[in-house]
Write a protein that binds this ligand. Sequence first.
Ligand SMILES: Cc1ncc(COP(=O)(O)O)c(C=O)c1O
Length: 362
Amino acid sequence: MTTVPFFRNSTTWQRVRDGVEADIARSVDKGLAVDGILVREVEEELTRRLGCAGVRLTASGSDALLVLLKQRGIGPGDEVIVPAYTFFASVAAIAHVGARPVIVDILPDRYTICPDAVRAAVTERTKAVVAVHLFTTMADMESLAALSADHGLLLIEDSAQGIGMSQRGRLAGTAARGGVFSFFPAKTVGALGDAGAVIATDERQLAEFDEILGRGEGTEPTYGCDEIQAAVVRACLPLLDEFKDKRRKLFAYYDERLRSIDGVRRLPSLGPENVGYVYVGEFDRRDELQAHLRTHGITTEIFYPLPLSRQACLADVADCTKPVPVAEEASTRVLALPLYSDLLEEEAAYVCDIVSDFYCRA
Ligand SMILES: Cc1ncc(COP(=O)(O)O)c(C=O)c1O
């Protein structure tokens, strides 16, 4: 039976393997370390690409968020407004620094935080808003920046999914004061395990990141990235444009094939500033479709199965009282299809055949 995994990176690995192995040997010669020579080289390259004050690699995107929230002085007594529809880490990081997440609804069609819902949730304890860039698109940074300025709030970018995305010419991660990347393997640029980055938009912020990361003389490093993951990110970064193009072509192919199927609702197609990080559609009888795809060897994911305000573990630490009808509806209908730069066109064609088959037989 044909199988299409949700993610695979074996072809990319074969391409970069020699360079990665040579880099790891070079690092071992210097004394392999967390925050070693390869980490520093990736930081320099990312700083150059982003045109920012500096970048620090971290052990994961989740750790990068923690470093950013700490640097921005968020802690106990603060409320932080965050979307109901995002990866758990966006909310966990807020709770981890001792602040209270206030979970609000998202915009239909783009799945990012709804500025009106943010405005309605502001209290005298609100300290910050987390703008999460999701799937293909950055959050509406212009509206969020305006309302943050009106209410004196910090605007934090959770750009873990956002490498390569931009809005009005500003790259994800540099559109507020500080952002993050995740290099989890399935990301547009992925390591072989966990890795992340925190992005500084000015020198003072960079110095404060270094303090939190224990980068100074005689301090103990924490949240740092290891050299093996840095070697893979170093090899894959130059391929970012190629990865984006490949994802864009596959995205367009899915769009074209699925557009005409009754029962499938697609997000807007990719504009030049979007990146096809995840291909998400809304599907009638989603769970049945997922099972049908599974029996045909195709793995899919539900991003995300519950609005975060309905996660039991957050009941005591977050404000889960706001209505989130858009997130509720999305969580019952969304399905992410396989989309990655190693995916073959014939595999995408097979996925579309099986989706069509499901709805035609209904
Ligand atoms: C929106 C968002 N924030 C944070 C993270 C955390 O990144 P990591 O998995 O590298 O810890 C992710 C990872 O998928 C994410 O999608």
